[in-house]
Design a protein around this ligand. Sequence first.
Ligand SMILES: [Mn+2]
Length: 259
Amino acid sequence: MRSSSSNCKLLFSNMTRQTIFIADLHLSAERPDITKCFRTFIETIDDNTDALYVLGDLFEVWIGDDDINAFTNDIAALIASLEKKNIPVYFIHGNRDFLLRNRYAERAKFNILPQDTVVDLYGTRTLIMHGDQLCTQDVAYQNFRKKSRSWWWPRLVLSLPLFVRKKLAKKGREVSKENQRHLTQMIMDVTPSEVIKVMEDNDVRYLVHGHTHRPNKHQIELKAGEGQRIVLGDWYEQGSYLKVTDTDWDLVSLPFKLI
Ligand SMILES: [Mn+2]
């Protein structure tokens, strides 16, 4: 494998200020190829970057900040390295890592933002989120989501011994795989009316989210005029990020073979 990070550097070599968005990396110790791509990505982000936003599912699974191991330590150190470049990192929970808490965030030196956050990108108000809340047709999942984001459920789960949580997570993944087999593609995508609702409720024309693993830019008809929904790609087969400058919104794919 070539260890040429110069290819990545080229992607970032410009003098324009930029903000970077990523989501759905699903990092795990079992996928060193994804971790390698992420490492190169982080190491080659240049100083023109105003912020890095991670819109959920950074990890394939998260069972508690007390699950400390070499892998999660490495990722924390990697993300924390951006502080030396003065690049702030923000994180929004995904449906895989919603149990991530401040203890880990402090080690990785990132800030956890609320699940729906409006940011100003060079003058453009933009709503950012993981995006699972837009898939309202999956009623069973939405019921679980509601429970899992309540005040009591995370407390209850996190109070269980670590080995019990490990077992539960394994079981949970098997059940969720089985359930997804029965869901149609339409149910697993966003509900168009929900997209319009969240955009109008938040008074934005731009929405950036992940979760569906369908990277694309969609035109949205809003009462206020034309809007845009930008979906970030996952990192299963390649890296993927959105680069926003004051003039461009570029969805970029980062082939593993370049890293
Ligand atoms: Mn997700």
